[in-house]
Unconditional design. Sequence first.
Length: 363
Amino acid sequence: MIILFTNPFGRDILTLQPGKKPKTFPEGSKNKRQTPEEVWKEETMKKNLAALVALSILLTALIPSLALAAAAPASGRLMLYTSLPAMQLNMMVDMFNDQYPGVTVDVFSASSEDVMARARAEAGAPQGDLVLGGGLSAFQSAEDLLSAYATPNAKTFHEQYRNESAAFTPIQLHVSALIVNNVLARELGVKVVGWESLKDARLTGRLVYVDPSATSPDAQQAAFVNSFAKSVNVSSPSAPSFVLNAVTAGQYAVGIISEEKAIERKQSGADLGVVYAKEGVAMGASYAGILSGAQNEANAKLFLDFITSRAYQQAAADQLHQRSIRRDVDFGLKGIASTKELTALNYESLALFEVANAAAWNR
Protein backbone atom coordinates (compact mmCIF):
# COMPACT_ATOMS: atom_id res chain seq x y z
CA MET A 1 0.00 0.00 0.00
CA ILE A 2 1.23 3.51 -0.88
CA ILE A 3 0.09 6.46 1.16
CA LEU A 4 -0.05 9.86 -0.63
CA PHE A 5 0.08 13.15 1.22
CA THR A 6 -1.01 16.05 -0.98
CA ASN A 7 0.75 19.40 -0.70
CA PRO A 8 -1.88 21.75 0.71
CA PHE A 9 -0.39 24.52 -1.44
CA GLY A 10 -0.70 22.43 -4.60
CA ARG A 11 3.02 22.41 -5.40
CA ASP A 12 4.28 18.90 -4.67
CA ILE A 13 3.35 15.36 -3.57
CA LEU A 14 5.30 13.33 -1.05
CA THR A 15 5.17 9.57 -1.31
CA LEU A 16 5.74 7.38 1.77
CA GLN A 17 6.44 3.70 1.26
CA PRO A 18 4.67 1.20 3.53
CA GLY A 19 6.56 0.49 6.71
CA LYS A 20 8.52 3.75 6.46
CA LYS A 21 7.86 5.80 9.55
CA PRO A 22 8.10 9.53 9.87
CA LYS A 23 11.35 10.79 11.30
CA THR A 24 11.53 10.77 15.12
CA PHE A 25 13.80 12.36 17.68
CA PRO A 26 15.34 11.06 20.92
CA GLU A 27 13.25 11.08 24.06
CA GLY A 28 13.53 14.38 25.88
CA SER A 29 14.45 16.25 22.73
CA LYS A 30 12.80 19.61 22.23
CA ASN A 31 11.83 18.37 18.77
CA LYS A 32 8.70 16.37 18.46
CA ARG A 33 7.73 13.50 16.18
CA GLN A 34 7.33 14.92 12.64
CA THR A 35 3.96 14.87 11.04
CA PRO A 36 3.66 13.76 7.40
CA GLU A 37 3.28 17.41 6.38
CA GLU A 38 6.48 18.37 8.21
CA VAL A 39 8.29 15.52 6.50
CA TRP A 40 7.01 16.79 3.14
CA LYS A 41 8.21 20.32 3.88
CA GLU A 42 11.69 19.17 4.87
CA GLU A 43 12.07 16.90 1.85
CA THR A 44 10.80 19.66 -0.47
CA MET A 45 13.31 22.15 0.94
CA LYS A 46 16.11 19.66 0.32
CA LYS A 47 14.94 19.12 -3.25
CA ASN A 48 14.66 22.87 -3.89
CA LEU A 49 18.09 23.50 -2.41
CA ALA A 50 19.62 20.80 -4.59
CA ALA A 51 17.85 22.27 -7.64
CA LEU A 52 19.12 25.76 -6.87
CA VAL A 53 22.69 24.51 -6.50
CA ALA A 54 22.42 22.68 -9.83
CA LEU A 55 20.93 25.75 -11.52
CA SER A 56 23.68 27.96 -10.12
CA ILE A 57 26.36 25.64 -11.50
CA LEU A 58 24.62 25.57 -14.89
CA LEU A 59 24.31 29.37 -15.09
CA THR A 60 27.95 29.82 -14.06
CA ALA A 61 28.93 27.66 -17.00
CA LEU A 62 26.51 29.29 -19.46
CA ILE A 63 26.85 33.01 -18.69
CA PRO A 64 30.25 33.51 -20.40
CA SER A 65 28.94 31.76 -23.50
CA LEU A 66 25.75 33.81 -23.50
CA ALA A 67 27.69 37.04 -23.08
CA LEU A 68 30.02 36.09 -25.90
CA ALA A 69 27.08 35.32 -28.15
CA ALA A 70 25.38 38.62 -27.28
CA ALA A 71 28.55 40.55 -28.10
CA ALA A 72 29.56 38.53 -31.12
CA PRO A 73 32.43 40.38 -32.81
CA ALA A 74 31.66 42.19 -36.04
CA SER A 75 33.22 40.64 -39.12
CA GLY A 76 33.15 40.84 -42.89
CA ARG A 77 33.93 43.85 -45.06
CA LEU A 78 33.05 47.51 -45.42
CA MET A 79 33.51 49.62 -48.54
CA LEU A 80 33.85 53.37 -48.04
CA TYR A 81 33.36 55.91 -50.83
CA THR A 82 35.05 59.01 -49.43
CA SER A 83 36.38 62.47 -50.14
CA LEU A 84 37.89 62.96 -46.69
CA PRO A 85 41.56 63.95 -46.29
CA ALA A 86 43.91 60.99 -45.84
CA MET A 87 44.94 61.92 -42.28
CA GLN A 88 41.34 62.09 -41.08
CA LEU A 89 40.33 58.93 -42.92
CA ASN A 90 43.31 56.95 -41.59
CA MET A 91 42.49 57.97 -38.03
CA MET A 92 38.87 56.90 -38.46
CA VAL A 93 39.72 53.51 -39.91
CA ASP A 94 42.53 52.80 -37.44
CA MET A 95 40.38 53.60 -34.42
CA PHE A 96 37.45 51.64 -35.84
CA ASN A 97 39.64 48.60 -36.45
CA ASP A 98 41.07 48.82 -32.95
CA GLN A 99 37.54 48.24 -31.71
CA TYR A 100 36.34 45.99 -34.55
CA PRO A 101 39.39 44.11 -35.84
CA GLY A 102 37.24 41.56 -37.63
CA VAL A 103 35.98 44.09 -40.21
CA THR A 104 38.12 44.66 -43.31
CA VAL A 105 37.72 48.25 -44.51
CA ASP A 106 38.20 49.01 -48.21
CA VAL A 107 38.34 52.57 -49.54
CA PHE A 108 37.58 54.38 -52.77
CA SER A 109 38.95 57.91 -52.34
CA ALA A 110 38.20 60.75 -54.75
CA SER A 111 36.68 64.24 -54.89
CA SER A 112 33.16 64.65 -53.55
CA GLU A 113 31.87 65.05 -57.11
CA ASP A 114 33.54 61.84 -58.29
CA VAL A 115 32.37 59.93 -55.23
CA MET A 116 28.76 60.93 -55.84
CA ALA A 117 29.07 60.23 -59.56
CA ARG A 118 30.24 56.68 -58.87
CA ALA A 119 27.47 56.14 -56.34
CA ARG A 120 24.89 57.28 -58.88
CA ALA A 121 26.36 55.10 -61.63
CA GLU A 122 25.98 52.08 -59.33
CA ALA A 123 22.44 52.97 -58.20
CA GLY A 124 20.46 49.82 -57.39
CA ALA A 125 23.54 47.62 -57.15
CA PRO A 126 26.14 49.61 -55.21
CA GLN A 127 29.65 48.29 -54.73
CA GLY A 128 30.13 50.72 -51.86
CA ASP A 129 28.41 50.69 -48.49
CA LEU A 130 28.92 54.16 -47.01
CA VAL A 131 29.48 57.57 -48.61
CA LEU A 132 31.76 59.49 -46.29
CA GLY A 133 32.36 63.24 -46.61
CA GLY A 134 30.63 65.89 -48.67
CA GLY A 135 28.49 68.93 -48.02
CA LEU A 136 24.79 69.42 -47.49
CA SER A 137 23.93 70.23 -51.10
CA ALA A 138 25.78 67.14 -52.37
CA PHE A 139 23.90 64.84 -50.00
CA GLN A 140 20.56 66.49 -50.66
CA SER A 141 20.99 65.86 -54.39
CA ALA A 142 21.93 62.22 -53.72
CA GLU A 143 19.20 61.52 -51.16
CA ASP A 144 17.48 59.04 -53.52
CA LEU A 145 20.63 56.87 -53.43
CA LEU A 146 20.71 56.59 -49.66
CA SER A 147 19.04 54.37 -47.10
CA ALA A 148 17.41 55.91 -44.03
CA TYR A 149 19.28 55.35 -40.79
CA ALA A 150 19.20 57.27 -37.50
CA THR A 151 22.29 56.74 -35.38
CA PRO A 152 21.58 56.58 -31.64
CA ASN A 153 24.23 59.31 -31.28
CA ALA A 154 21.99 61.85 -33.02
CA LYS A 155 20.49 62.87 -29.67
CA THR A 156 23.88 64.37 -28.75
CA PHE A 157 24.21 66.53 -31.89
CA HIS A 158 23.97 70.30 -31.92
CA GLU A 159 20.33 71.23 -32.35
CA GLN A 160 20.47 72.67 -35.87
CA TYR A 161 22.08 69.50 -37.24
CA ARG A 162 19.98 66.95 -35.39
CA ASN A 163 17.09 66.30 -37.78
CA GLU A 164 18.21 67.51 -41.20
CA SER A 165 17.42 64.26 -43.00
CA ALA A 166 16.78 60.58 -42.30
CA ALA A 167 19.04 59.67 -45.22
CA PHE A 168 22.33 61.23 -44.11
CA THR A 169 24.16 62.09 -40.91
CA PRO A 170 26.45 65.02 -40.03
CA ILE A 171 29.90 63.89 -38.91
CA GLN A 172 31.93 67.10 -38.46
CA LEU A 173 31.60 70.88 -38.40
CA HIS A 174 33.76 73.20 -40.52
CA VAL A 175 34.35 76.78 -39.36
CA SER A 176 36.08 79.63 -41.18
CA ALA A 177 38.12 81.64 -38.67
CA LEU A 178 40.21 84.79 -38.86
CA ILE A 179 43.86 84.28 -38.00
CA VAL A 180 45.48 87.53 -36.86
CA ASN A 181 49.12 88.51 -36.48
CA ASN A 182 48.80 90.23 -33.11
CA VAL A 183 52.03 92.26 -33.42
CA LEU A 184 51.16 93.69 -36.85
CA ALA A 185 47.54 94.37 -35.87
CA ARG A 186 48.75 96.42 -32.88
CA GLU A 187 51.21 98.33 -35.07
CA LEU A 188 48.42 99.16 -37.51
CA GLY A 189 46.10 100.12 -34.66
CA VAL A 190 43.44 97.68 -35.80
CA LYS A 191 41.28 95.48 -33.61
CA VAL A 192 39.89 92.52 -35.55
CA VAL A 193 36.58 91.27 -34.16
CA GLY A 194 34.63 90.29 -37.28
CA TRP A 195 33.89 90.77 -40.94
CA GLU A 196 33.27 94.50 -40.66
CA SER A 197 36.73 94.93 -39.10
CA LEU A 198 38.31 93.70 -42.31
CA LYS A 199 36.91 96.68 -44.25
CA ASP A 200 39.21 99.04 -42.32
CA ALA A 201 41.36 101.00 -44.77
CA ARG A 202 44.45 100.26 -42.67
CA LEU A 203 44.11 96.60 -43.66
CA THR A 204 44.15 97.31 -47.38
CA GLY A 205 46.67 94.95 -48.96
CA ARG A 206 47.08 93.18 -45.61
CA LEU A 207 44.44 90.50 -46.07
CA VAL A 208 44.79 87.01 -47.48
CA TYR A 209 42.42 84.04 -47.58
CA VAL A 210 41.92 80.37 -48.35
CA ASP A 211 38.98 79.22 -50.45
CA PRO A 212 36.93 77.17 -47.94
CA SER A 213 36.21 74.55 -50.59
CA ALA A 214 39.81 73.40 -50.03
CA THR A 215 38.91 72.22 -46.55
CA SER A 216 35.10 72.34 -46.24
CA PRO A 217 32.53 70.72 -48.52
CA ASP A 218 29.86 73.32 -47.71
CA ALA A 219 29.02 75.25 -50.88
CA GLN A 220 27.35 78.19 -49.10
CA GLN A 221 30.32 78.63 -46.79
CA ALA A 222 32.69 78.76 -49.76
CA ALA A 223 30.42 81.14 -51.68
CA PHE A 224 30.22 83.57 -48.77
CA VAL A 225 33.97 83.68 -48.06
CA ASN A 226 34.89 84.06 -51.74
CA SER A 227 32.31 86.81 -52.16
CA PHE A 228 33.45 88.65 -49.06
CA ALA A 229 37.14 88.42 -50.02
CA LYS A 230 36.41 90.05 -53.37
CA SER A 231 34.45 92.81 -51.62
CA VAL A 232 37.58 93.77 -49.67
CA ASN A 233 39.78 93.62 -52.78
CA VAL A 234 41.38 90.22 -52.23
CA SER A 235 40.93 88.91 -55.73
CA SER A 236 42.16 85.32 -55.45
CA PRO A 237 42.64 82.69 -52.76
CA SER A 238 45.94 81.25 -51.63
CA ALA A 239 47.03 77.83 -50.41
CA PRO A 240 46.56 77.14 -46.67
CA SER A 241 50.30 76.78 -46.08
CA PHE A 242 50.97 80.16 -47.72
CA VAL A 243 48.31 81.91 -45.65
CA LEU A 244 49.61 80.42 -42.40
CA ASN A 245 53.24 81.27 -43.13
CA ALA A 246 52.54 84.75 -44.50
CA VAL A 247 50.40 85.80 -41.53
CA THR A 248 52.83 84.25 -39.04
CA ALA A 249 55.75 86.15 -40.64
CA GLY A 250 53.86 89.46 -40.66
CA GLN A 251 53.60 89.70 -44.44
CA TYR A 252 49.83 89.91 -43.93
CA ALA A 253 47.90 90.99 -40.87
CA VAL A 254 44.82 88.77 -41.23
CA GLY A 255 43.99 85.54 -42.99
CA ILE A 256 40.65 83.84 -43.52
CA ILE A 257 41.24 80.13 -43.09
CA SER A 258 39.78 76.93 -41.65
CA GLU A 259 39.89 77.00 -37.88
CA GLU A 260 41.72 73.67 -37.58
CA LYS A 261 44.67 75.13 -39.50
CA ALA A 262 44.54 78.29 -37.42
CA ILE A 263 44.42 76.35 -34.14
CA GLU A 264 47.29 74.11 -35.23
CA ARG A 265 49.51 77.11 -35.96
CA LYS A 266 48.51 78.96 -32.78
CA GLN A 267 49.29 75.84 -30.74
CA SER A 268 52.81 75.87 -32.17
CA GLY A 269 53.50 79.00 -30.09
CA ALA A 270 53.16 81.73 -32.71
CA ASP A 271 51.81 85.10 -31.52
CA LEU A 272 48.54 84.74 -33.37
CA GLY A 273 44.91 85.30 -32.51
CA VAL A 274 42.07 83.08 -33.69
CA VAL A 275 38.99 85.27 -34.10
CA TYR A 276 35.40 84.15 -34.64
CA ALA A 277 33.44 86.90 -36.38
CA LYS A 278 30.96 88.54 -34.02
CA GLU A 279 28.44 88.97 -36.87
CA GLY A 280 28.40 85.20 -37.30
CA VAL A 281 30.90 82.60 -38.46
CA ALA A 282 30.86 80.97 -41.86
CA MET A 283 30.35 77.31 -41.05
CA GLY A 284 28.97 74.10 -42.46
CA ALA A 285 29.12 70.37 -41.93
CA SER A 286 30.28 67.27 -43.73
CA TYR A 287 28.04 64.23 -43.87
CA ALA A 288 27.86 60.47 -44.35
CA GLY A 289 25.12 58.22 -45.68
CA ILE A 290 24.52 54.50 -46.19
CA LEU A 291 23.95 53.51 -49.80
CA SER A 292 20.60 51.89 -50.51
CA GLY A 293 21.16 48.18 -51.19
CA ALA A 294 24.57 48.18 -49.49
CA GLN A 295 26.01 44.66 -49.23
CA ASN A 296 27.45 45.35 -45.79
CA GLU A 297 24.75 47.53 -44.29
CA ALA A 298 25.28 46.32 -40.72
CA ASN A 299 28.97 47.26 -40.82
CA ALA A 300 28.13 50.61 -42.43
CA LYS A 301 25.81 51.38 -39.50
CA LEU A 302 28.50 50.25 -37.07
CA PHE A 303 31.06 52.58 -38.69
CA LEU A 304 28.65 55.52 -38.71
CA ASP A 305 27.84 54.96 -35.05
CA PHE A 306 31.54 54.79 -34.24
CA ILE A 307 32.62 58.00 -36.00
CA THR A 308 29.81 59.93 -34.30
CA SER A 309 30.64 58.45 -30.89
CA ARG A 310 32.13 60.59 -28.15
CA ALA A 311 35.35 58.57 -28.17
CA TYR A 312 36.14 59.24 -31.82
CA GLN A 313 34.84 62.81 -31.88
CA GLN A 314 36.94 63.78 -28.87
CA ALA A 315 40.03 62.19 -30.39
CA ALA A 316 39.46 64.12 -33.64
CA ALA A 317 39.06 67.37 -31.68
CA ASP A 318 42.21 66.75 -29.64
CA GLN A 319 44.48 65.46 -32.39
CA LEU A 320 43.14 67.02 -35.61
CA HIS A 321 41.54 70.15 -34.11
CA GLN A 322 38.25 69.28 -35.81
CA ARG A 323 35.07 70.76 -34.41
CA SER A 324 32.66 68.10 -33.26
CA ILE A 325 29.06 67.64 -34.26
CA ARG A 326 28.34 66.61 -30.66
CA ARG A 327 27.34 68.94 -27.82
CA ASP A 328 29.42 67.00 -25.28
CA VAL A 329 32.73 67.37 -27.16
CA ASP A 330 34.79 70.55 -27.45
CA PHE A 331 38.39 71.70 -27.72
CA GLY A 332 38.90 73.01 -24.22
CA LEU A 333 41.70 75.27 -25.51
CA LYS A 334 42.38 78.78 -24.21
CA GLY A 335 41.35 81.41 -26.75
CA ILE A 336 39.31 78.98 -28.84
CA ALA A 337 35.54 79.46 -28.70
CA SER A 338 33.31 76.55 -27.77
CA THR A 339 30.62 75.67 -30.29
CA LYS A 340 27.85 76.97 -28.04
CA GLU A 341 29.60 80.38 -28.08
CA LEU A 342 29.51 80.58 -31.88
CA THR A 343 26.80 82.22 -33.94
CA ALA A 344 26.46 80.78 -37.42
CA LEU A 345 25.78 83.04 -40.36
CA ASN A 346 22.29 82.64 -41.74
CA TYR A 347 23.06 82.33 -45.44
CA GLU A 348 19.42 82.71 -46.48
CA SER A 349 19.08 86.14 -44.87
CA LEU A 350 22.64 87.01 -45.85
CA ALA A 351 21.63 87.54 -49.48
CA LEU A 352 19.44 90.46 -48.37
CA PHE A 353 22.27 91.72 -46.15
CA GLU A 354 24.65 91.73 -49.12
CA VAL A 355 22.24 93.69 -51.29
CA ALA A 356 21.61 96.25 -48.56
CA ASN A 357 25.34 96.72 -47.98
CA ALA A 358 26.62 96.36 -51.54
CA ALA A 359 27.88 99.93 -51.67
CA ALA A 360 29.81 99.62 -48.43
CA TRP A 361 31.28 96.25 -49.39
CA ASN A 362 32.60 97.58 -52.70
CA ARG A 363 34.00 100.92 -51.62
